[in-house]
Design a protein around this ligand. Structure first.
Ligand code: ADP
Ligand code: MG
Length: 317
């Protein structure tokens, strides 16, 4: 039953909490002087994952997408709660899910301190809590005219994998194998977020597509940006497909990459590169913040690219 299930799968030692799973509330003692960064993300069957997906992969991804929000804030992960609805009690499924979840948690020193468990359509809702020194959180509203725009890692890999899976893009199987991990096993850029404290003027994680997510920074910061398409980092395997509009769209507006997009003054280029190297992540400079509002993407000839759409919107028709 429910309490055995929680005890078997979701109860672990939590030395970083005053009190973990098992009481009416967890008790947490944040490090004195630090601010708490708190974020919730929900994953629904049929919308964010398919019933056929591996449960261990789902445990990994559901926590990874939440950790990505902490990374985008420059916060250090501490605690999480997990609310899960399951159509039936399935021990093998829960065991694999918990394995994926705790492997990701252990990588980042995060402790599961509570949650809720119920019967229903498979739904996973996680709240993560992290710590950040006062005034050092990487917010969306700090981009300044003249700042460089940067991204971490590679763009479009997860969207290419999804397009392949959905039959919207033909890829050789050997190529698809190189992008599929980005879709199923994203890695949150926690170390990079921490290293960018005091360097980046703004940051966001790319969950819904580069253009849409950068658009959030621009709106909150009341600025615009010009990007160069040829500067967008893509895997060599992706480059072979960029003559296809679907593939270009994946790079510009594809979701699920969980890379960081951030801005910093040009005088900090070396410091940004050093921070990224220390975090073990490649970063690329892809454009500039402009005083004029709007987002332009230029092709190799300096001409604006037509933009089909900017990203994933859950409420779009
Ligand atoms: P309550 O009725 O007080 O909400 P529950 O029976 O829902 O208590 O939960 C019992 C304990 O187990 C609580 O400490 C709760 O935080 C924890 N818990 C429940 N579900 C989960 C879960 N999926 N993961 C982690 N902890 C959980
Ligand atoms: Mg409860």
């Amino acid at each position: 039953m429910e309490f055995d299930l929680i005890a078997r799968h979701f109860t672990r030692a939590t030395p970083g909490a005053v009190l973990g799973v098992g009481d009416d509330c967890a008790l947490l003692a944040p490090t004195p002087g630090m601010q708490l960064a708190v974020s919730t993300d929900m994953l629904l069957e049929g919308r964010h994952f398919s019933p056929a997906d591996s449960p261990a992969g789902l445990g990994h991804k559901s926590l990874a997408v939440n950790l990505s929000d902490l990374a985008a804030m420059g916060a250090t992960p501490r605690w999480a709660t997990l609310a899960i609805a399951l159509p039936e009690e399935n021990d093998a499924w829960l065991n694999a899910f918990a394995r994926g979840f705790f492997r990701m948690a252990d990588l980042h020193g995060l402790e599961l301190v509570g949650g809720d468990t119920s019967r229903g359509t498979l739904t996973i809702s996680i709240t993560v809590m992290g710590e950040v020194p006062p005034g050092q959180a990487l917010r969306r509203d700090g981009a300044q005219t003249g700042d460089d725009v940067w991204v971490s890692g590679m763009l479009g890999s997860a969207a290419l994998a999804l397009a392949y899976r959905q039959g919207r893009l033909f890829m050789e199987q050997i190529d698809a194998a190189k992008v599929l991990p980005a879709l199923y096993l994203p890695m949150p850029r926690i170390a990079l977020g921490e290293a960018l404290r005091g360097l980046a003027s703004s940051a966001i994680d790319i969950s819904d597509g580069l253009l849409g997510d950068l658009g959030h920074i621009l709106k909150r910061s009341r600025v615009g940006a010009t990007l160069e398409f040829s500067a967008l980092p893509t895997l060599p395997v992706a480059q072979a497909y960029l003559h296809e509009a679907v593939a270009r769209d994946c790079v510009l507006a594809g979701g699920d990459d969980y890379e960081l997009c951030f801005t910093a003054p040009p005088g900090r280029r070396d410091a940004v590169q050093a921070a990224a190297a220390a975090a073990g992540v490649a970063v690329s400079r892809i454009g500039r913040i402009t005083a004029e509002p709007g987002l332009n993407v230029l092709d190799a000839d300096g001409q604006p690219l037509p933009i089909a759409h900017t990203g994933y919107d859950h409420f779009a028709a």
